[in-house]
Design a protein around this ligand. Structure first.
Ligand code: BGC
Length: 740
């Protein structure tokens, strides 16, 4: 039954909030205020706070609800996503504040994944920079732009580790490595949330998709996940935890079931791990209609049962299903749900709104002034260009074909991605305007205005037509060098974009073969959202640049690398397989009981492909060369409480100044469980002028040596270890030490 509170109480409660200063609120005083508001709310009003609906400004899921404005006015919704713009968010906020009894402000969320207006490289590309500082900076700029347009909350970072390039969403994460992904997740959270949630440009982070979404069976999106607890805890959970430790205030459930229990109904994940073990105090939101999907998973028969499972699991907000709205009142009335459970969820949500200062001023983020001055500033564009060029990975450079001499007379720019604009900003491009992105052709023309630039598309990204081949071949024949832009369309990766064949789509390889047959030197520029099986290119094309989808400044950033204004320094955050049959393939696999031996049939291998990937994790070339000396150890054995310093001298032995990512891997040689052949445990990105050298050191302590032991306790075991340091996971120097 709806209880009518006198208007005065509502006004008093509002006053209670609005007279508070925005900074230096003690946790106790915030809790007390939130409690007092909750005590004044009706059950319907509370349930409204547990509901998130999309506006129709953007569509990021299967369906949208047209009546969301009415929902706001009726208090049926506490947060809105896919709505941005100072004026529009102000208009919607006004509807909430002026029409509802409690006047509780809305929270505006959006998928600000790799930039808001200024689009940065896709997250997997940024991960290839191995540069935490610029990754944090990119998230900070995204937050500044998004908050200038009324947004409070981003559904990022995605912390899902994945070994499966068929899975289109691999583009949204940091790749296959837990250690790297953990550091990157934390950097992104820091960037989004800034130093103080009450600052005007703070965007609340939502770490997703909890949990293990990246292990969807066979790389098919939304598919089931079945894995051991050891694998879950050791490989998949740490990046989410790192994001929470960095302060992420919210978590999103994943679509998949984990060992039979859909995440959105998993008390184990949402309460036991997140809250009881990790002490997470923020709120949990479902992924799009996940509560409804519990029925399709076959664990709930109807709305009531699905909602009951979710609320009991510990899920606070229902995104887009509208199930909490329909079912929770009934569940409370029939005493299947204790109202206190709902109060707890509401408190978590109101606390975030309070920390953002929305109770002081619900419109504080919706500023047309900021919107006019803090979007796509020259500084942001310049930073995006810097991040973009740092995300490029040089995969091959035979006979130093790259960099191209800027004095080259004739350059042919060929391929279906050479003039593409839309593809450059990738999937999840928020409010990014693809019309503002710089194409490869434009970038090259701007860099070498005096060169003769010939252009031909050659073929479409997908499709069978070779009609454009003749023109492309003719252009190539006249050129001194060919830049051939190949890859995927933006919609071929991201959500609901799994592929079973991860080769170049359409007739692109045939185009490459035809251009190669002209005998001209060819530089392949790859634009794609996932690792591709590009064996033919690797064997035949002398220079290959992996440029992913680099965002707004793509053409300029690639030109910086092509012509040597920037020496590429990216390293792969994910393994490139030779074929789909090798998947899952990742650098940190186990040795097995029958390690590979070419001379012994009965060892782990395939009959038709080697065990080696096409390009390994951590790999990436430079225009210069780096030489690594032998590893030096400060001691050859350490006790449990001690640390050891490992150092290595790295010299720039080539002809260019350059950056190198010095990577440190560790192997536990004998343990109570079989350990990976190597695991990344440290890295440093250094800048060396040509001829210069530098000693790079890492500290190794208990943390780097710990794992889930046979009894599932976490810790290190005494014994021998190998430490490996180098410029990729397969090219390392090694030394041994022991833990006593
Ligand atoms: C995606 C999420 C996203 C949400 C809201 C879902 O379909 O899986 O990653 O945050 O939509 O747009």
């Amino acid at each position: 039954m709806k209880i009518k509170f006198p208007l005065m109480i509502a006004v008093l409660s509002w006053a209670l909030f609005s007279c508070q200063p925005t900074v230096k609120k003690s946790a106790d005083s915030i809790d007390a205020k939130v409690d007092s508001i909750v005590s004044l709310m009706t059950l319907e009003e509370k349930i409204g706070q547990l509901t998130l609906f999309t506006s129709d400004m953007d569509q990021t899921g299967a369906f949208i609800r047209k009546e969301y404005e009415e929902d706001i006015k009726q208090g049926r919704v506490g947060s809105i996503f896919n709505a941005y713009g100072a004026e529009y968010t102000r208009k919607l906020q006004k509807m909430a504040v002026e029409n509802t009894r409690m006047k509780i402000p809305l929270l505006f969320g959006y998928d600000v994944i790799h930039g808001h207006r200024t689009i940065f490289p896709m997250p997997l590309a940024e991960a290839a920079s191995w540069d935490l500082e610029i990754i944090e900076k990119s998230a900070r700029i995204a937050a500044i732009e998004a908050t200038a347009e009324g947004l409070h909350w981003t559904f990022a970072p995605m912390a899902d580790v994945s070994f499966d390039p068929r899975w289109g969403r691999i583009i949204e994460g940091a790749g296959e490595d837990t250690y790297l992904a953990s550091l990157i997740s934390a950097a992104r959270v820091k960037g989004f949330q800034g130093d103080n949630l009450s600052d005007l440009n703070t965007l609340v982070a939502c770490v997703k998709h909890f949990a293990a979404y990246g292990a969807s069976q066979a790389g098919r999106d939304y598919h089931s996940v079945d894995m051991s607890e050891r694998m879950l805890r050791e490989v998949y959970l740490p990046p989410y935890k790192a994001a929470l430790d960095a302060g992420a205030m919210t978590v999103m459930t994943s679509f998949n079931d984990l060992n039979g229990i859909p995440a959105t109904a998993s008390k184990y994940l949402m309460t036991e791990i997140l809250r009881d073990e990790w002490g997470f105090e923020g709120f949990i939101v479902t992924d799009y209609t996940s509560i409804m999907e519990l029925m399709y998973h076959g664990v709930a028969a109807d709305t009531l049962e699905a909602s009951l499972l979710s609320i009991n699991a510990g899920v606070d907000i229902d995104m887009q299903a509208g199930f909490y709205n329909t079912a929770l009142t009934r569940l409370v009335e029939t005493k299947q749900v204790d109202e206190e459970l709902i109060n707890i969820a509401v408190r978590r949500i109101l606390k975030v709104k309070y920390l953002l200062g929305l109770f002081d001023d619900p419109y504080r983020y919706s500023s047309t002034e900021r919107e006019a001055t803090e979007i796509m500033t020259p500084e942001f564009i310049e930073t995006a260009r810097d991040v973009a060029r740092k995300s490029i990975v040089l995969l091959k450079n035979e006979n130093q074909l790259l960099p191209i001499d800027p004095a080259t007379k004739t350059i042919a720019v060929i391929g279906p991605l050479s003039e593409s604009r839309r593809d450059l900003i990738g999937s999840w491009s928020a409010a990014g305007d693809w019309a503002k992105s710089v194409t490869l052709l434009e970038g090259i023309k701007a860099r070498v205005p005096n060169a003769r630039i010939l252009h031909a598309q050659g073929c479409d990204i997908d499709g069978k037509s070779k009609d454009g081949f003749a023109q492309a071949i003719a252009a190539a024949r006249q050129a001194d060098v060919v830049v051939l832009a190949l890859g995927e369309a933006y919609w071929m990766s991201g959500e609901a974009a799994s592929r079973s064949d991860i080769g170049l789509p359409g007739v692109q390889q045939q185009l490459a073969e035809a251009i190669h047959a002209t005998g001209k030197p060819v530089v392949a520029v790859l634009m794609n959202g996932r690792p591709l099986t590009i064996n033919w290119l690797d064997e035949n094309i002398p220079a290959i640049l992996q440029t992913w989808f680099l965002g707004t400044t793509t053409g300029n950033a690639i030109a910086d690398v092509l012509f040597g204004d920037y020496n590429p320094s990216g390293k792969l955050p994910v393994t490139f397989p030779k074929n789909v049959g090798q998947i899952p393939i990742h650098y940190n696999m186990k040795n097995t009981g029958r390690p590979f031996d070419a001379n012994n049939k009965y060892t782990t291998k395939y009959l038709d492909v080697s065990n080696e990937p096409l390009y390994p994790f951590g790999f990436g070339l430079s225009y210069t060369t780096f030489a690594y000396d032998e590893i030096e150890l400060s001691k050859s054995s350490i006790g449990l409480e001690e640390t050891l310093t490992v150092s290595i001298n790295v010299a720039n032995t080539g002809d260019f100044d350059g950056e190198e990512v010095v990577q440190m891997y560790i192997r536990d040689k004998v343990a109570s469980v079989s350990r990976p052949v190597k695991e990344l445990k440290g890295f440093k990105k250094i800048n060396l002028k040509k001829g210069e050298s530098q000693k790079v050191s890492f500290e190794i302590g208990l943390e780097a040596l710990s794992f889930y032991r046979a009894d599932m306790s976490f810790g290190a075991e005494k014994g021998d270890f190998e430490v490996m340091i180098g410029g990729s996971s397969v090219d390392t120097k090694s030394a041994s030490f022991s833990l006593k």
